[in-house]
Ligand binder design. Structure first.
Ligand SMILES: N[C@@H](CCC(=O)N[C@@H](CS)C(=O)NCC(=O)O)C(=O)O
Length: 263
């Protein structure tokens, strides 16, 4: 935190020299280049087009800054950032007083972590940050069809509306309430109510490895990162074998290990 304050969170927009900014080439240059490339391809024998998008997206012009410690909901976005493989600055703002400081409130007026600054874009909400990062920099991490994109939004919203509120009731009881003050009825009730959405997830994962498409995507990242705390509270998935298999696969990703190693 001290380091973050000393270096300042909001670097002036003029920090990127004009010469380093992306400049749109004239259309004629682009067309000529495309024609030359097509001619090269025609002269070089049969061409096989890859039906999947590249596994990595473009590099950012300036280093994005991601705010929030890994021991918080910011882990979702740190994991997302690590999945893209781009170079970024991690600013380990904590919650409580730290996220309510005047400097940080200009980054996220909600006083919550995570938040992202990427060029002129300031963004809060972990799901939105991951959807943006995946689309902008994640290559195949983001779906390539409108239908799969819609399914990805569906699962992202589903995770924070159907799972998170119930999961948090258990987390607050088990991790943040002194043992003598805990209410076992709250845990019991939330555990019971989680069975319905978990059954939906379990059914969706029947016979498939990932939520959308045939590879790990931002849909898996968003739902699995919301559910990451379920591990901390040792939630019993024995009734939901597909969920157990899928979470195991998601949590074995090296990008998550790198994210968890951050402060
Ligand atoms: N819906 C937000 C929730 C973010 C959130 O509540 N973060 C907590 C940390 S786990 C926070 O910053 N709390 C600060 C506070 O309430 O003082 C997201 O997913 O990004």
């Amino acid at each position: 935190m001290a380091e973050a304050t000393a270096t300042g969170w909001l670097s002036p927009k003029t920090a990127v020299p004009i010469s380093r900014r992306y400049v749109q080439p004239p259309l004629t240059t682009v067309v000529n280049f495309a024609l030359a490339e097509m001619l090269k391809l025609r002269n070089s024998g049969p061409v096989r087009f890859c039906p999947t998008p590249p596994s990595r997206g473009p590099e950012p012009v300036t280093r994005p800054r991601l705010f929030g410690i890994s021991g918080s909901r910011a882990i979702r976005a740190i994991w997302g950032m690590e999945e893209t493989g781009i170079d970024y600055e991690h600013v380990p703002v904590t919650y409580g007083a730290d996220s309510k400081g005047a400097d940080y409130l200009t980054v996220n007026p909600n006083g919550r972590i995570p938040a992202l600054i990427d060029g002129d874009l300031q963004l809060f909400e972990s799901m939105a940050i991951n959807l943006y990062l995946a689309k902008r920099y994640g290559g195949a991490l983001y779906p390539s069809s409108a239908e799969d994109e819609a399914r990805t939004w569906q699962w992202s919203v589903w995770g924070i509306s159907e799972i998170e509120p119930l999961q948090m009731q258990i987390v607050i009881q088990k991790l943040f309430t002194p043992e003598d003050k805990r209410n076992p009825k709250v845990v019991e009730h939330a555990t019971k109510n989680l069975q319905r959405p978990l059954k939906v997830l379990d059914t969706a994962l029947e016979g498939r490895d990932w939520l959308v498409g045939s590879a790990f995507s931002v849909a898996d990242l968003n739902v699995a990162s919301v559910m990451h705390l379920m591990g901390e509270i040792r939630f019993d998935y024995s009734e939901h074998a597909n969920v157990q298999r899928w979470t195991d696969a998601c949590y074995a990703r090296p990008a998550l290990a790198r994210a968890l190693a951050k402060p």
